[in-house]
Design a protein around this ligand. Sequence first.
Ligand code: AMP
Ligand code: ZN
Length: 494
Amino acid sequence: MMLYTSQQLKIYNSLNGQKEDFTPITSGNVGMYVCGPTVYSNVHLGNCRTFISFDLVFRYLRHLGYKVRYVRNITDAGHLENDGDDGEDKVAKKARIEELEPMEIVQRYTLDFHHILEKFNNIPPSIEPTATGHIVEQIEIIKTIIDKGFAYIANGSVYFDVLKYNEFYEYGILSKRNLEDMIANTRELAAQSDKRNPQDFALWKRAEPQHIMRWPSPWSDGFPGWHLECTVMSTKYLGEQFDIHGGGMDLKFPHHECEIAQGEAATGKKPVNYWMHANMLTLDGKKMSKSTGNILSPAEIFTGTSDKLDKAYAPAVARFFMLQAHYRSILDFSNSALEASEKGFYKLMESLQHLDQLETSAKTEGLQVEGWIEACYQAMNDDFNSPILIAKLFEAVKFVNLVKEQKASITQEDLVLLSKKMNAFVTDVLGLVPVDTQSNLQDDKLSGAMELLIKLRNEARINKDFATSDKIRDELEAIGIQLKDSREGTTYSW
Ligand code: AMP
Ligand code: ZN
């Protein structure tokens, strides 16, 4: 029996603003699509939060026993500056500035993205398609939308006809916007625009002569619209209708709204049953965003090299910090919040180690283990409520400490159960890598001692006491630790 038969998951569906019982289209199988990054710069911590949020979703669905096909794309073409229909392609612009091929930019930042998500212990998606790898499919779906009367050709470009679509369907259904209000609130169309209506959006754009990322099509040499790639790649791998579509809150409009419109226009069906939107990571109360430069990079967290930070933090600590907030809540980043998370994280890890060494008794007193397990599942079944799950895990930590101090007791049978579930929730569901807290503390102490030796050697050199400074260097070398001097200071390796 799979766990999902006894655990009823509820998902907050952005489509109707309610938590709904989750029932996949095909029993036991889940299709999930999440909008991936536009690979024109290094990922920032805000991007990482969204991908960690959906990693939690992926992990919990798998834990429940579902066979999940998780598709997350790479946007490597078609995403224009300002997320609109005009302007330079983000990838091409970076390539121009760096004097590189666009595909060199794509490769560089795709590698960075993978490297960082691996550090955060995210499980890779089942399929990771690229926009440039699906130009043919995008052209095919545009033909279908034109044939069905929901798009028009203008000057080599193809636009989605929002007014026409709205005669049959409801444009704005996801973002709760009303088309009449949208029209009333927009300024006149720019004189040079080929669009019939400002709400229309590009499915295909004719490339200007200087636009280098271009492909042949029946309409012009050009490139596909940004919204279209997600429609094509999600339905190609998951079917015309699939279970879950996710992305950051900021993608709800227009990106996801347009995906629904394109899907319905092409197939007559609503493409997605459950829309999930992850909330933003903020810095000093403002959204972390590439365009404003209000960002922290994962590398800055791992090395502590930012004036926003007092020290370096392990990727698992940053992950834990993010999971301590519910994915639909805004989370503000600060050094003090991260420091508090670090303490909690090591306490949890230490407790996992203590579990193995607990003495058992004839009776369990101090925690009702079965009830505790049920409460953990209830938290996750309630729209992936990781902060409540973590609070439950800390109840268990407290209990483990009481058993250690012989102020509570546990039977052998309950200990096996508690240990199994604690490990499953911490490592499988939350994706936290078990850390050997003892060796971690030893690492801290060792690096403190090394810093002291380097400081003493520098003082000796300033005092021209070369006998002492050489002795420190040579004797460290004799035990296999090399000191390296550079303009930035002295580092060590072994
Ligand atoms: P982009 O590469 O800009 O298309 O963004 C990739 C993903 O990161 C999208 O799902 C965005 O919604 C998400 N994202 C961007 N900024 C933030 C932020 N500050 N906090 C959380 N998610 C974000
Ligand atoms: Zn998308």
